[in-house]
Design a protein around this ligand. Structure first.
Ligand code: MRU
Length: 345
C-alpha cells in the first residue's frame, strides 16, 4: 500500500510538503492555480507523474470554486492549464494530463454543459488520471521485478516512490514488488545532490516499507560498483524521447556511464505518460536550470545547477514500463507502445 501524499479537500488539494521531509510530515492545502505552481516549483510536490496528478487536481478544484461563483470559462481553463504545464519544463507527464483536462472541458462546453458540470467533468478526469498513474505504477513494478535476481543489491537515484507518483512508484515500484515477492533485495540510494531527494525521501519511503537501505553520497557509486557490490541500477525518468534517450535527475547519466564501465545493467522505469513521441532525441528535451541559491558557494562564484541530465539510449539495458520491458532498438519499441495516455481518452 503506497503512502498517502496527495488528497482532495473541500475547496482544494492537500499535499504532503516534501520540502519538510523527513523531519516533519506537514500537509499544505493548495487552493489556487498560482499556489499549485508555487508548490511545484518549490518541490513541495515533485516527481514527473505526481506533478501531472497534482496539476490536474489543482485545476479541477479551482475550476469548481470558479463555477460556484458563475465565473468558469473555457478561456480560463486554457490559461490555467498552460500556467500549470509550464511550472517546470523537463517532466512531460504534466503536458499529457493537462491536455486531457483541457479536452475534457472542451467536450463538456461543446455539449453545452453548465459551469458546474464542466467542473465536475474536470474532477472526474483528474480522478481518472490519478487512478491510471496508480495502476501504471503497479504494472511497472510487476514487469520490472521479473528482471531482479534474488538477493540483488539495487542502486537507485533521486526519489521515484509514492512521493514522485501518487502510486507505488516507478523504479521504487520495482523495488517494492521485489521486496514483496520475498526476493531479499537491498538498496543503495544515492543522496542525490543538491536537494537530497535520495537521502531525505527515498530513504524515508524505503525505511517505512522495511526495505534494507544504505544511503551513499553520489560520488561513492563508482567505488561500490568497482567492489562488485551493485547488481543492477534502476532509475526513473522525467521525459523519454522517441529514440529512448531519457532525461532524469542530474547525475543519472554519470551512473549509466559507470554502470556500463562495470558491466552492470542500467534500467529506466517509467509509465507511458513519461514518453514524448514528439521529440526525436534527448537533445531536444528542455533541461530545467535551478536557482543558484540551491548550491551555496563563495560570493562571486558562478553556479551551474541543472536539475536533470540525459542518458543516451545506448547506455540503457531496458525500459521497464506499465506495458512490459522495452529493449533496443527503442525507436521501434516506443512506437509500438503507442502515444500513451492520449490514446486512452
Ligand atoms: O526534481 P525532482 O525531484 O522532481 O526530480 C524527480 C526525478 O528526477 C525522478 O527520478 C523522476 O521524476 C522520475 S520518478 C517518478
Amino acid at each position: 500500500m503506497p503512502i498517502s501524499v496527495i488528497d482532495w479537500t473541500q475547496d482544494g488539494v492537500n499535499i504532503l510538503d516534501q520540502t519538510r521531509l523527513p523531519d516533519e510530515e506537514v500537509w499544505v492545502e493548495v487552493r489556487t492555480v498560482e499556489a499549485m505552481v508555487e508548490a511545484i516549483q518549490s518541490l513541495r510536490v515533485r516527481g514527473a507523474p505526481l506533478i501531472g496528478v497534482a496539476a490536474a487536481m489543482g485545476l479541477a478544484q479551482t475550476a469548481g470554486l470558479r463555477a460556484a461563483e458563475g465565473d468558469l470559462t473555457r478561456e480560463w481553463v486554457e490559461a490555467a492549464a498552460k500556467e500549470l504545464e509550464h511550472a517546470r519544463p523537463t517532466a512531460v507527464d504534466v503536458k499529457w494530463t493537462l491536455t486531457r483536462m483541457y479536452d475534457a472541458a472542451v467536450s463538456a462546453y461543446e455539449s453545452k454543459a453548465s459551469g458546474d458540470a464542466v467542473a465536475e467533468a474536470l474532477r472526474d478526469m483528474a480522478e481518472r488520471i490519478w487512478q491510471e498513474e496508480i495502476d501504471m505504477c503497479r504494472a511497472i513494478g510487476d514487469a520490472g521485478a521479473e528482471l531482479v535476481p534474488s538477493g540483488a543489491t539495487i542502486l537507485t537515484h533521486c526519489n521515484t516512490g509514492a512521493l514522485a507518483t501518487g502510486g507505488l512508484g516507478t523504479a521504487a515500484a520495482v523495488i517494492f514488488v521485489a521486496h514483496e515477492r520475498g526476493l531479499g533485495v537491498d538498496v543503495v540510494a544515492t543522496e542525490t545532490r543538491p536537494l537530497r531527494q535520495g537521502a531525505r525521501l527515498t530513504a524515508w519511503e524505503l525505511a517505512k516499507a522495511g526495505v534494507p537501505t544504505r544511503v551513499i553520497v553520489d560520488s561513492a557509486a563508482a567505488s561500490l560498483m568497482a567492489a562488485g557490490e551493485i547488481d543492477l541500477v534502476i532509475t526513473g525518468a522525467d521525459r523519454i524521447a522517441a529514440n529512448g534517450d531519457a532525461a532524469n535527475k542530474i547525475g543519472t547519466y554519470a551512473l549509466a556511464v559507470l554502470a556500463k564501465a562495470h558491466g552492470i545493467p542500467f534500467y529506466i522505469a517509467a509509465p507511458r505518460s513519461t514518453f514524448d513521441h514528439d521529440l526525436a532525441s534527448g537533445d531536444e528535451i528542455p533541461i530545467e536550470q535551478r536557482a543558484a541559491t540551491e548550491l551555496p558557494t563563495a560570493p562571486g562564484a558562478e553556479v551551474y545547477n541543472p536539475a536533470f541530465d540525459v542518458t543516451p539510449a545506448e547506455l540503457i539495458e531496458g525500459i521497464m514500463t506499465d506495458r512490459g520491458v522495452l529493449r533496443a532498438p527503442y525507436g521501434e519499441a516506443i512506437r509500438a507502445l503507442g502515444r500513451g495516455m492520449s490514446e486512452t481518452r
